[in-house]
Design a protein around this ligand. Sequence first.
Ligand SMILES: *Cc1c(COP(=O)(O)O)cnc(C)c1O
Length: 397
Amino acid sequence: MTTWQDEASRDLLNLGGRLALLVRGEGSHVWDADGTRYLDFLGGIAVNALGHAHPVFVDAVSRQAATLAHVSNYFATPQQLELAARLKRLAGTGERGHVFFANSGSEANETAIKLARLHAHKTGKRTIVSLNGAFHGRTMGSLSLTPKPLYQDPFQPLLPDVAHIDPTIEALEAGIDDTVAALVVEPVQGEAGVVPLPDGFLKRARELTTAHGALLIVDEVQTGVGRTGEWFAFQREGIVPDAMSLAKGIAAGFPLGALVTFGDHDLFFPGTHNSTFGGNPLATAVGSAVLAEIEDTGLLQNVTDRGAQLRAAVEGLPLVTGTRGAGLLIGMTLSAPVAGEVRDAAQRRGLIVNAPTADVIRIAPAYTIGDAEVDEFTTLFSAALSEVAASDMKDNA
Ligand SMILES: *Cc1c(COP(=O)(O)O)cnc(C)c1O
């Protein structure tokens, strides 16, 4: 008999994944083809901000699909204008901000890289700086800013004039000079294992980039749109960037990315950039509906409260040495490199979590979780940890 795994190996590129064959979702739960139910605390990697099949999402998709789905960027639509205005207001760009819509985080970052190049050509500066540990995407430009040998080496040569520095204030002070066109940073490095920037890093980055005439671009693809309990993570640092990239949570599961600029450095003009699908009325209608739901129902407060509740709940569980992150983007550090085993043990018990590195478990659940989901998570996760801790002790005996 042909299994779904056989079909996947036969028909899909060999890129890993395929932990289960999922067929349905509702709220914070998903079901596989055998009817097994899972508590989804990965949320499609920080995407499903409203959980699965949320009525607001379903209604926005169905209504807009039945009205006008796509027209190309030769035309404007009310949905696109509404979302752009909403993003500018929430980001606090003021009048001078502008928005470009793309279809993914990588594409939003490609737009940011092109903004950096336009700035470089205008000023004679050359270098784009990103941080060690960063993840900015898989397209050739965004990959160039993602200094991980496993991801980069097969694809050399990448973009020239890119430099990587450690995510420390000392490295920042040594690395930002008059040759730098732009610094690109994630406020919390999600793929590196939910590693926040050091205290004061963004403030110092803003001072140094301003002093040297470089752009400060924040990649909020994972942290943006409420994930950390603020609309955007840079807002907790009291700085204003020159541009910000968004994707993951922005339309809660519908593909959509965006680059938001904050004025002064708006260097694009007709011919320099565009996207066929980007900003189509279907994606932007869903984005507006999702942001309106988050705003109108006070979900940011729930993100902050449930984040604190979850972190308190896992402190002291077997193998867990600490927690980090912000809001509902949480990394749990483990005392041994067994994150993959913990993820698998959790899945066998009906819980989806993620292992971005060998000793970190990441969770990014829906903003809508309540006591029931927190309790279910704590029960399943502590059982999975105990199982792995016990087999670890046997191995070491
Ligand atoms: C996921 C992610 C990306 C890439 O987004 P895609 O939609 O997969 O292209 C870029 N930057 C950050 C910080 C991310 O978390």
